[in-house]
Write a protein that binds this ligand. Structure first.
Ligand code: CAA
Length: 379
């Protein structure tokens, strides 16, 4: 077993680390406060090839492996979890989905601008009454011959307004349950498609989350990915990889909070010594470090399995479940170590605690991950 990263992987990690420190850190508190989308930073990340990291170079991507992707997302999320989810959705849900299951025409038309970052993508599965229960899609795509008539509402869509290309899951034949669901590529500007107001969120506030409304949108048949009825399988298979991205985001939030906590503990004095000299702090840091390392290994394993074309459904769910719980626990402890300073914005950890919470909810809640894992182990 080889735990050593390749030179290329180390280089990617360093590039992401440098970018996060120089370009993301300076405005991160302000963007969080004002829910400001990191437009300039995403543009720069696109130029560096971070928007289509795993897409083959043939389609404008960087042609990297999933481990490199995990390393990059971790480094970005250490500093700015919002930027990390913007990248994660574009890379592992939208680009991956089109590259893996789209046809050549769809790849040329939609994947290339998404991989180069000229355009941003969104993944639209959740609905007001279908979050965890994703098979209960109410959005309909009625087959009209050469187009689908799309009607319905999608909720909590990451990149909801900043995206131009939307992968929308919709029910075509309810009698077939999830086998009657299709996935359609919808473009911003199609008649009848409107973006709802921005959600005012607890965390990841500088990523834009919106509801989307579809009112008699005519989506050409050639925008359907895969065969008729493939949409739910598409969503599930794509989410299996997406969950590795969110696990890496959670890992980044945890390791960012841990780094700040160790630095703080070494400088903050109390009772005549630094708080790092107190066993109460040392034990917290030891637990945080151990949990973070375990989360990292689960992320790497899931990524490695994906890269090596081995089943990764269970591994990605485990990575997401564990890393998101670690992100929550670690950030709570990070605030505790910082004491009163941890409760104010300048010290970053209160934001990280707010950001961590969503990793236990989106791309499948912790409860859904437990369903996925238990089904795999009981097979
Ligand atoms: N990978 C591949 N296929 C899977 C799968 C997985 N992880 N989980 C389920 N499936 C398949 C099943 O094999 C089944 O297919 P067949 O009928 O062909 O065998 C099909 O999906 C339906 O599964 P079930 O019959 O088990 O259906 P269920 O309703 O009992 O359970 C579920 C399905 C696992 C709970 C599913 O609804 C689910 O994953 N829910 C969570 C949805 C989710 O993650 N939403 C996130 C929204 S996207 C997002 O957050 C993006 C963002 O912007 C950040």
């Amino acid at each position: 077993m080889n735990f050593e990263l390749s030179e290329e992987q180390k280089m990617i990690r360093q590039a992401a680390r440098d970018f996060a420190q120089t370009e993301l850190k300076p405005g991160v508190i302000e963007r969080d406060e004002h829910q400001k989308f990191p437009t300039e930073q995403i543009k720069m990340l696109a130029e560096l090839g971070f928007l289509g990291m795993m897409v083959s170079t043939e389609y404008g991507g960087s042609g990297l492996d999933t481990i490199s992707y995990v390393l990059a997302i971790e480094e970005i999320a250490k500093v700015d979890a919002s930027a990390a989810v913007i990248l994660s959705v574009n890379n592992s849900l939208v680009c991956y989905g089109i590259e893996k299951y789209g046809n050549e025409e769809q790849k040329q038309k939609y994947l290339v601008p998404l991989a180069t970052g000229e355009k941003l993508g969104a993944f639209c599965l959740s609905e007001p009454e279908a979050g965890s229960d994703a098979t209960s899609q109410h959005t309909t795509a009625v087959d009209m011959g050469d187009y689908y008539l799309l009607n319905g509402v999608k909720n909590w869509i990451t990149n909801g307004n900043s995206a131009s290309t939307y992968l929308v899951m919709a029910q075509t034949d309810a009698s077939k349950r999830h086998h009657g669901i299709n996935v359609l590529i919808v473009e911003k500007g199609m008649e009848g498609f409107t973006v709802g107001p921005k959600e005012n969120k607890m965390g990841i506030r500088s990523s834009d989350t919106h509801s989307l409304m579809f009112n008699d949108v005519k989506v050409p048949k050639q925008n359907r990915i895969g065969d008729d009825g493939f949409g739910f399988k598409f969503a599930m298979n794509t989410l299996d990889g997406g969950r590795i991205g969110i696990a890496a985001q959670a890992l980044g939030i945890a390791s960012g909070a841990f780094e700040l906590s160790t630095q703080y503990a070494k400088t903050r004095k109390a009772f005549g010594k630094t708080i790092a000299d107190l066993q109460a702090t040392q034990f917290k840091l030891a637990d945080m470090a151990t949990q973070i390392e375990a989360a990292r290994l689960l992320c790497y394993k899931a990524a490695w399995l994906k890269d090596n074309h081995q089943p990764y459904v269970e591994a990605s769910a485990m990575a997401k479940l564990f890393a998101s719980e670690v992100a929550m626990q670690t950030t709570i402890e990070a605030v505790q170590i910082h004491g009163g300073y941890g409760y104010v914005k300048e010290y970053h950890v209160e934001r990280m605690m707010r950001d961590a919470k969503i990793t236990q909810i989106y791309e499948g809640t912790s409860e859904i991950q437990r369903i996925v894992i238990s089904r795999e182990v009981l097979k």
